[in-house]
Each structure stands twice: as structure tokens, then as C-alpha cells.
Ligand binder design. Structure first.
Ligand SMILES: [Fe+2]
Length: 183
């Protein structure tokens, strides 16, 4: 379940309060638990899936979210997989560690593991949202944010694209508050 972390070390864990705070930042946080057991669990047990495994997992997730996430709300989706043995992981961590925005929404459905999305409010204050399995986050276009992994980099998430599958990151003038580096 998501929690929101503030630079002074305090945090919000209440689901409704976290969702409301995220909404106040202009983003949308929802939660759809993953089904336990079965094919999805078996596939999520692998750090790195081959192409057939990725396709099977995406198809199973498509079926799981159907009716909850309208098929016409996105034009493409793919699977992002991070783990300790991912080639270029350190380089990816450096690339992620900067505040930016996009001309398109950034939409993620977390399948397993832990990820962090940082937000910059309109008053310049920052907060860090920890997301876990079942969390669905839509960071709207233009919203300043960053993404990072924790000490344990394992994460699988579906990325949904509304208009285009690759988009540019527009750098921000803001710098990440060092107090918001995940432990
Ligand atoms: Fe982004």
C-alpha cells in the first residue's frame, strides 16, 4: 500500500489520505489488488522474464484490469522490470534521479516490488510517494516529478501510454531534496 514521505521525516500511511494528498499534487492514485496465486504470481516470481513471459504477464494483467481500466484509455502498454542484476542499473538510477516533466501522462500499475515517485508541489515543496503491488498512479503531463528505486531495486510495473510510447523528459530547474532519498 502506498505511503507518502515528507522531508521532515513524517509520513502519511492512510490510504484515503495518501490518495487525497496525491490528488492535491495533481496526480491520481488508485489501488487494484492483484489476484493471489495462479499464473500472475508464478510470472512475478521471476526477476527477469523472457519475451514470452512478458507477453503472458501483460495478457494476464490486461484481463485483470479490464472493466477497471477502460481499454480505450491507452493506446499501448509494456512491462518495466528492474532488479539487482539488470545491466546498466546504476546508469538508470542516475538517469532517473532528476526532476522532470513530460508532454504526456506517466501511468504505472505496480505489479510487484517497490518504487518511489517524487513530486514538486506548486509551492515548491517536495514529497515522495512509495508505491507497491496494486498501486496505479497517473502523473499528468506537465507535472514535475521524479522516479527512483529503493535499496532493493526489484520492481515490475505496467507502463500505459495514452498517445506515444516514447516521450521526452523535460528537465526541471528544481533539485531533489536530499531528505527524500529512500532508505
Ligand atoms: Fe517521468
Amino acid at each position: 500500500m502506498a505511503r507518502l514521505i515528507f522531508p521532515d521525516g513524517t509520513e502519511e500511511r492512510d490510504r484515503a489520505a495518501v490518495a487525497a494528498a496525491v490528488a492535491g499534487l495533481g496526480a491520481q492514485l488508485r489501488h487494484l489488488p492483484l489476484p493471489g496465486g495462479g499464473e500472475i504470481d508464478a510470472l512475478l516470481g521471476h526477476d527477469q522474464l523472457d519475451a514470452a513471459g512478458q507477453a503472458a504477464l501483460l495478457a494476464a494483467i490486461d484481463a485483470h484490469v479490464a472493466g477497471w481500466l477502460p481499454r480505450d484509455s491507452y493506446t499501448a502498454r509494456d512491462l518495466a522490470e528492474f532488479h539487482a542484476h539488470l545491466p546498466g542499473l546504476d546508469e538508470l538510477r542516475r538517469k532517473f534521479a532528476s526532476i522532470h516533466s513530460h508532454p504526456d501522462d506517466e501511468v504505472r500499475y505496480i505489479l510487484t516490488g517497490t518504487g518511489y515517485f517524487g513530486f514538486v508541489a506548486t509551492d515548491g515543496s517536495q514529497s515522495l510517494l512509495e508505491v507497491k503491488a496494486g498501486d496505479y498512479l497517473n502523473v499528468p503531463r506537465g507535472a514535475e516529478h521524479w522516479f527512483t528505486l529503493g535499496a532493493d531495486p526489484r520492481l515490475k510495473a505496467v507502463r500505459y501510454f495514452a498517445t506515444q510510447q516514447e516521450w521526452v523528459a523535460i528537465p526541471s530547474v528544481h533539485r531533489i531534496d536530499p531528505a527524500l532519498v529512500p532508505a
